[in-house]
Design a protein around this ligand. Sequence first.
Ligand code: GRF
Length: 208
Amino acid sequence: MKFAVFISGNGTNLQAIIDACKRGHIKSRLALVVSTNTTAFGLKRAQKAGITTFVFESKNYTNPQSIDRDMAIQLKKEKIDFIVLAGYMRMLTRYFIKQYHRKILNIHPALLPSFKGTHGIKDAFTYGAKVTGVTVHFADDKMDHGPIILQEPLKIYEHDTLAALEPRIHKLEHKLYPKAISLFEQHRLKIKGRRVTILDAPPAAHAK
Ligand code: GRF
């Protein structure tokens, strides 16, 4: 299968995915890196790894629907089978989500449904949570909402600081995301309503 990673910033998750592809932990081909932010450092990571980048600059569009329409056209042209959102800070439109129904993965740096939104790590810390973590889920048309694929907790210690917590969360993200992508590409995720079951082996239709 071929997939695209959508980014907006630094792209450390993208880097973890690139590395997992190189090591053969992810078998699908990372064919495209997409952003709406020309200055996203992740674009440099992609170029260094020889991956094609597409930038859809918001200023060239009058509304979010037209960006998403253009993105969907390009992705279909490139025969992209699934999409991985890695720090992509724009909400995708319902139209786009429909084009890739249950084929868009997202990562969130907290245990959903707690601490949704752009500051998941900080929000959990300042709330005084004793446990936070990382969630990988299917994206739907609501923010940080679709069915949960993998979730792993992380302790917040008595004398923890936000600065100390952040790198632990990111380290966990970099471990969890490639694992979720690998399960997805092997067709080992069975979705029923909100529940995602991890199958021991691909179903017969996808068995080699
Ligand atoms: C990650 O913490 C991710 O969970 C959140 O945005 C951050 C992106 O970091 N959605 P990076 O660009 O992958 O370094």
